[in-house]
Design a protein around this ligand. Structure first.
Ligand SMILES: Nc1ncnc2c1ncn2[C@@H]1O[C@H](COP(=O)(O)OP(=O)(O)OP(=O)(O)O)[C@@H](O)[C@H]1O
Length: 266
């Protein structure tokens, strides 16, 4: 390639990278991380658009949790870029700063306040740093009331509002915790294996719930349950050995011989 052509190609590559960045809520590019000589993420790159619902699948040890840890500031990458809304460099921020930016993370195990009602759990989640006592006894603003009512409908727990969280089923606790994250109005929601341990009907309802949430927020879901991933009806990223093995609609990646070999065929 001539020098001029090489310069032009570099410029066009840079433009492509800029254009990918400018359309993303999450930009993960060339991320690697090594633990004690073991490469958990290996030049990982993927991009999530604003308002997108994305499923991340892959065999055990593929790097899914490590990827979430990198985005939320729990783990620092050795190399690579992780940008929120195209320009905020998440690798320079700590976990609290990243959460305050509007990136909510839902871990696999629900952590709700068991001895409080569903309503109060949502109230506590929007308390903005007030202590439990102050949060529960301060006068609710109309805006807060509307937000809680709207969230109760979204998470399908309207008729359980006065129920103690301890009395909810496992699936309902997961929905409540998703609701608690929604109270903080995250722009990006990361959800780790939400349907593990759920009944079939709860699993179906959860897919509907995440699809509806993704109309307002960007959502990234890590999950192993293929029926559930099918119900999400979204783009799927398959991770393997710390890199993206395949990406596209589930029907497309399910036919990929490499995906069948390392994951689905097992
Ligand atoms: N802090 C750590 N120290 C050493 N090795 C680690 C650490 N965290 C992760 N690993 C290793 O990195 C690899 C990727 O792990 P990770 O938990 O990200 O995979 P995963 O795709 O989430 O797997 P699973 O589906 O089982 O949850 C694994 O081999 C794991 O043992």
């Amino acid at each position: 390639m001539s020098e001029a052509a090489a310069i032009q190609k570099n410029a066009s590559d840079e433009e492509q990278v800029k254009s990918a960045q400018s359309e993303t809520i999450l930009y993960v590019d060339g991320v690697s991380v090594t633990f004690d000589g073991f490469r958990a993420l290996n030049n990982l790159s993927f991009y999530v658009e604003p308002g997108e619902l994305r499923a991340i699948i892959g065999p055990n040890g593929a790097g899914k949790t490590t990827m979430m840890d990198i985005i939320t500031g729990k783990t620092r990458p050795d190399t690579g870029d992780v940008l929120f809304k195209s320009e905020i460099d998440l690798t320079k921020l700590d976990e609290a700063e990243i959460a305050n930016l509007g990136i909510g993370r839902k871990f696999q195990k629900p952590t709700v306040f068991e001895s409080h009602t569903v309503f109060d759990n949502l109230l506590l989640a929007c308390s903005g740093g007030r202590g439990v006592f102050q949060a529960l006894f301060h006068r609710l603003s109309d805006a807060e009331k509307i937000k809680i009512e709207k969230t109760l409908v979204t998470i399908m727990l309207e008729d359980k509002r006065d129920e103690m969280a301890a009395n909810l089923s496992h699936g309902q606790k997961q929905w409540l915790e998703i609701g608690m994250l929604l109270m903080q109005e995250p722009e990006l929601l990361l959800v780790d294996e939400p349907v593990a341990g759920m009944t079939d009907s709860e699993t179906e309802e959860t897919a509907k719930l995440l699809r509806s949430i993704s109309k307002e927020y960007s959502v990234v879901v890590v999950e192993h349950d293929m029926e559930f991933v099918r119900d999400l009806d979204c783009k799927v990223t398959v991770l393997h050995e710390g890199s993206v093995l395949a990406e596209g609609r589930l029907d497309h990646v399910q036919k990929d011989p490499r995906v069948i070999e390392v994951y689905l065929g097992r």
